[in-house]
Design a protein around this ligand. Structure first.
Ligand SMILES: Cc1cc2nc3c(=O)[nH]c(=O)nc-3n(C[C@H](O)[C@H](O)[C@H](O)COP(=O)(O)OP(=O)(O)OC[C@H]3O[C@@H](n4cnc5c(N)ncnc54)[C@H](O)[C@@H]3O)c2cc1C
Length: 478
């Protein structure tokens, strides 16, 4: 919905001098005692006050252009300012199938907020928090109506992977009249929204609500089913007679460090560690070792959002000393700086310029009990453009630990590439797909989200799902 200057005629000068409404968070010592959300949420008055800071820039508006989904943020903010939260939620839902999730997990450093022209003055508009505020308001108070569906086309689509990308394709194509079946290897839909991002950032009932809403819309879910193992893609197309397939399988295989001792018990992969605590089952992943509750000293290896989430999860599970070891400096560290600050507020500590040389089992009981570390310094930039970390000779030291969580990167499961003739993959098993349509090397098979780009963000996976749905509809209609 394009904005019009008449509609939003405002006193820009005055607005540009208004300070941002501070986002209310629960106190650190209170929030680490549970897995409930940390952001306490805006009140109605705070939401209106924050929205009324928007100066309504002339088009093309930077925030709209920067959002991968091109949410019409100024129009939504205008309705929030007027107190019409339902209308604002409707504006977001026109372009975003999951405003509740994006409002909570879109990073401050990315897209809409950093592009806001107020950034350099009194801080950008807190567009993310306002997005989830109105989405929650609508969902809780009046419900989100099911859209009218086009007449049935008789075409059938299999979506593999119930993460943000797959759920978006399922929603869009169901509304367009196609029959959609979503397959997922896990017992619950949602992908990393359910099994990766912790509850204190995104509560799981929001993810379950979306699955129920999609089921009511007519999407069918077949869970606990791994495509490439239980059913092949060729079987979906031939025997199950699907007319098209979408692959939204993400990057769920943990990268290996190649460090001695990384297969010891009590050395966990970040996704197992987070997934099991997120969904409230056993804290520890399946292991050959005897089940042991988390110890007092937890080391997290790596940087980025998953490392931050692991630190904060370990604290909530009762660890007394949580230290993250990162081989570069804070300047090179990927991920959301606000969340990192929250981890430190909660008691986690980050040691920069240090890396493990070996995970040690000094009492030979099969479980890690210490790490041999080395200090690093930064050399010339590597292929990523960041300065390469180099070990400092003679700087080795030992750290005693009870548990280690590895958060050093994720790649797609190579299974689909291996079991699907003609499906082209590239480095690290990423699926080769057209950037604008998601078309893969196999006719009728599309892909999008992390399995094409490598680990990115929820809003980018949603946008990839939207683009693929448009192309798939055109393929199915031709
Ligand atoms: C710990 C962590 C924290 C993060 N925090 C943030 C954040 O704060 N903000 C943000 O924007 N992004 C964050 N991200 C990134 C974000 O979660 C992902 O970019 C996004 O979920 C990718 O969506 P997707 O649909 O491509 O894949 P996924 O969400 O990974 O979903 C893939 C789905 O495919 C299923 N699947 C895989 N293989 C098969 C198969 N063979 N058969 C059947 N099903 C299969 C999986 O079970 C899964 O359900 C985080 C990621 C992690 C790991």
């Amino acid at each position: 919905m394009p904005q019009t200057s008449e509609m939003f005629s405002v006193d820009s000068k005055n607005r540009a001098n208004t300070s941002a409404v501070e986002k209310p968070y629960r106190a650190p010592d209170e929030r680490i005692r549970d897995f409930q959300e940390c952001f306490a949420g805006f009140s109605v008055a705070e939401a209106q006050e924050e929205a009324s800071r928007c100066i309504h820039c002339p088009e093309p508006t930077a925030c709209v252009m920067a959002c991968p989904l091109h949410n019409d943020i100024p129009t939504a903010l205008w309705h929030i300012e007027q107190g019409d939260f339902i209308k604002a939620a409707e504006i977001y839902r026109l372009t975003n199938p999951l405003p509740e999730a994006c409002g909570r997990v879109c990073p401050d450093e990315a897209s809409c907020a950093t592009s806001c022209v107020l950034t350099t003055r009194l801080g950008p508009i807190n567009t993310q928090a306002l997005e989830s505020f109105v989405a929650d308001y609508q969902r809780v108070n009046v419900g989100v109506p099911l859209p009218e569906k086009a007449a049935a086309t008789g075409k059938r689509v299999a979506v593999v992977g119930a993460g943000p990308a797959g759920l978006t394709v399922a929603e869009e194509l169901t509304v367009l009249g196609h029959e959609v079946v979503v397959y997922d290897a896990m017992p619950e839909a949602g992908g990393l929204l359910m099994y990766g991002i912790p509850n204190f950032k995104l509560e799981k009932d929001i993810v379950s609500w979306k699955t129920d809403w999609l089921t009511a819309l007519g999407v069918q879910f077949v869970l606990n089913t791994k495509i490439g193992e239980d059913i092949l893609i060729s079987e979906l197309l031939d025997e199950a007679s699907f007319d098209a397939v979408f692959l939204g399988t993400g990057t769920l295989v943990a990268a290996k460090m190649g460090t001695p001792g990384e297969d010891l018990c009590r050395v966990y992969d970040a996704l197992q560690f987070l997934g099991q605590s997120s969904v409230g089952e056993n804290v520890l992943p399946e292991t050959d070792c005897e089940y042991t509750p988390i110890g007092n000293r937890v080391a997290v290896i790596g940087g980025g959002d998953s490392a931050t989430d692991c630190m904060r999860t370990a604290l909530r599970l009762g660890a007394e000393e949580v230290v993250c070891y990162y081989r570069r400096t804070e300047k090179e560290m990927p991920g959301n700086a606000r969340e990192r600050h929250h981890a430190e507020e909660e008691g986690a500590h980050i040691e920069y310029l240090t890396a493990p040389l070996a995970f040690l089992d000094r009492d030979n009981d099969g479980a890690v009990d210490a790490m041999q570390m080395v200090r690093m310094e930064l050399g010339a930039p590597d292929s990523s453009g960041r300065r390469r970390p180099l070990p400092i000779e003679g700087s080795e030291y030992i750290v005693e630990v009870d548990d280690v969580v590895l958060a050093v990167g994720f790649w797609p499961d190579p299974l689909l590439g291996k079991t699907t003739d003609g499906l082209q993959t590239r480095k690290w098993g990423l699926i080769v797909a057209d950037e604008t349509t998601g078309a893969t090397s196999l006719p009728g098979v599309y892909a999008g989200g992390d399995n094409v780009t490598g680990p990115r963000l929820v809003n980018e996976a949603l946008a990839a799902g939207k683009r693929a749905a448009v192309a798939m509809h055109s393929f199915l209609s031709s």
